[in-house]
Design a protein. Structure first.
Length: 604
């Protein structure tokens, strides 16, 4: 008789041939024949092999039993083997569950930038809680492996699974863009962060960390290019789907001749002469740099200096805080100005203005002579200080609106364009002595000479904003077309979109849908057959990074992970942790467990 169809390993034992089982005491488990007496396996399902094994090793067993007794004996052996298998299956299930739990803990440690060694502390807490709440399952918690080395392996496995998810999603990208930024960690290793934003035909937007490249040597434009190219090609992405690249504006990135962006464009044009990727200087960095055009150094320096005078000496700082508490001041302390922190300067000036009387009194009490005392007594300087506090507050408000993940470039440009129009209004009103939009200056009667100088400052700031945002200004017509397709000028629209725009503007149903849903959902719902070019155009615009905010935010995570207490963290471990902590994807823990060839509690 022919043997039955092979079954998967782990299937319970069953009688594959009643005659063979009763005669030779064999059963089938998985894809092998198992002797019910000694549990040895026979790989080939042939009666000759079974007969030879039985006659060689068990010839005397059952020779005195009748046919019915042999059947009963065989059934008992099969039943006993099934019980053994159930025990192994239960043990295997427990091991898999413990591994899955271990993966979940490792994932949460990495997601929250916690040290690997915290796993052992978490296990200790779980075991002690189980001892109180459910003592009967304490052993299950003890079987969860959370040692430091195990956590490292788990994080690597999770990172690999997330990478596979990203690769799978990237196959559906019709457009993708990159955001790059480079910074140095506490071990003086240059870390290049590369983020990708891809969009599929169904307008599913994926924004993930594409790679973290640790650069041990130089960081020239060519070096950055090699890292970026290696990262993109390793991910299986096609260059002809690349829409744009956004960087922080460092010379190594945007150098005119040997900058990374220029070298990348040369590379792509050599492969395809029609290639024309867009490039942008991070809108946040440019907005921060614009404030230099105000030229308020003579106002800022004395303020920063007096703050440093108070806070530099611990005794003075303690006494000043105690003094503010005694006089019941509005604030409890002055704050430091940090050039790296974009939002700090306006807050520092506003805080000093609010505490000016307390500061002057404290300096007089401590017999401390300072330039700030002389400056604050000058009426014109006071007006300039109020102006600085007001204008930096407005710059801060703009900066906050430009921050955040998932913002589209056309939305960010609207905020900048609106701010530029406001500056023009402020300058005109300042020339007339009207400061109604400035909280501090609006309460004062500002002399004409001071008003004229403030007007000049505002005009300089407006000119600087115009100069710095030329890259976004160039594609403003495309942004307008994306945001307002029903009022777009057909004659100035790209030729491949003109006919579809006419159809769109003539369709009242489409127009009603435009007013009812978000912009992304609107383009997602457009018919791919009727508006293919418009959908392709919209996908490209949505994929653009307006800033490198996502990189800056991730550098904060990197600093937490590779701190002075964890400086020995390897590049591979750092990459794995960063991928998990920055990812929006959810790992498939069961899939990771299935990939494990063997899971042994003794290895935990």
């Amino acid at each position: 008789m022919n043997p039955p169809k092979k079954r998967k390993i782990g299937d319970e034992c069953h009688v594959f041939n009643e005659e063979w089982t009763n005669k030779y005491f064999f059963g089938n488990t998985g894809n092998k024949a198992v002797c019910l007496l000694c549990h040895e396996t026979i790989a080939v399902f042939k009666e000759y092999n079974l007969k030879r094994h039985h006659e060689t090793k068990h010839s005397e067993f059952g020779c005195k039993l009748s046919k019915e007794e042999r059947k009963i004996k065989a059934a008992e052996c099969v039943k006993r083997l099934k019980k053994q298998q159930e025990l192994f299956t239960k043990q295997s299930t427990l091991q898999n569950s413990a591994t899955e739990a271990s993966l979940m803990v490792a994932y949460n440690l990495a997601k929250r930038n916690k040290p690997f060694s915290d796993g052992e502390f978490i296990k200790q807490c779980m075991v002690e809680c189980a001892s109180v709440l459910c003592p009967d399952v304490r052993s299950k918690f003890e079987s969860i492996s959370l040692s430091r080395r195990t956590i490292v392996r788990r994080i690597d496995s999770i990172s690999d699974e997330l990478t596979e998810q990203l690769k799978t999603a990237s196959k559906d990208f019709v457009w993708f863009s990159l955001a790059l930024d480079e910074s140095t960690d506490n071990e003086d290793t240059a870390q290049l962060l590369i983020f990708i934003r891809g969009i599929s035909e169904n307008f599913i937007i994926t924004e993930e960390l594409l790679g973290l490249e640790s650069m041990k040597d130089r960081t020239t434009g060519q070096d950055l290019l090699e890292c970026a190219v290696n990262c993109v090609e390793k991910s299986g992405l096609s260059w002809n789907k690349m829409a744009s690249i956004t960087t922080d504006g460092a010379s190594a990135f945007i150098g005119k001749n040997v900058g990374m962006v220029k070298l990348l464009k040369n590379k792509l044009q050599a492969q395809d002469t029609d290639s024309d990727i867009l490039s942008f200087h991070c809108i946040l960095h440019q907005e921060s740099l614009c404030k230099a055009a105000l030229d308020l150094k003579y106002v800022v320096d004395p303020i920063v200096s007096v703050v440093n005078t108070i806070r530099a000496r611990a005794l003075h700082h303690r006494q000043f805080k105690s003094f503010l508490e005694d006089v019941e001041a509005e604030y409890e302390d002055v704050i430091y100005h940090n050039r790296v922190r974009w939002l700090s300067l306006g807050k520092v000036i506003k805080r000093v203005w609010a505490l000016q009387n307390e500061i002057l009194l404290f300096l007089d009490t401590k017999k401390i002579s300072h330039d700030f005392v002389t400056k604050i007594g000058c009426e014109e300087w006071r007006y300039k200080m109020m102006f600085a506090a007001d204008v930096f507050e407005k710059l801060n408000e703009l900066n906050v609106t430009l921050q955040g993940k998932g913002l589209f470039a056309h939305e960010m440009w609207k905020h900048v364009k609106s701010f530029k129009a406001k500056l023009s209004l402020f300058a005109r009103q300042a020339g007339e002595g009207n400061f109604c939009h400035f909280p501090l200056l609006g309460k004062q009667k500002v002399p004409e000479s001071v008003s004229a100088k403030i007007r000049d400052h505002l005009q300089s700031l407006e000119d600087e904003v115009t100069r710095r945002f030329q890259d976004f200004k160039k594609i403003e017509p495309k942004f307008n077309l994306l945001s307002y397709p029903f009022t777009a000028d057909i004659d100035t629209a790209p030729e491949e979109l003109q006919l579809e725009l006419i159809d769109m503007q003539s369709d009242h149903t489409v127009k009603e849908m435009f007013n009812a849903v978000t912009l992304v959902d609107f383009y997602k719902s457009l018919s791919a057959e009727k508006f293919p070019c418009m959908k392709k155009f919209a996908g490209k615009m949505f994929s653009i990074f307006g800033s490198t905010y996502i990189c800056e935010q991730s550098f904060s995570c990197l600093k937490i992970n590779k701190s002075k207490y964890r400086c020995s963290l390897t590049d591979i471990n750092l990459q794995a942790v960063m991928r998990i902590s920055t990812s929006n994807l959810t790992p498939d823990f069961k899939k990771i467990v299935e990939k494990c060839d063997r899971v042994h509690l003794s290895h935990h």
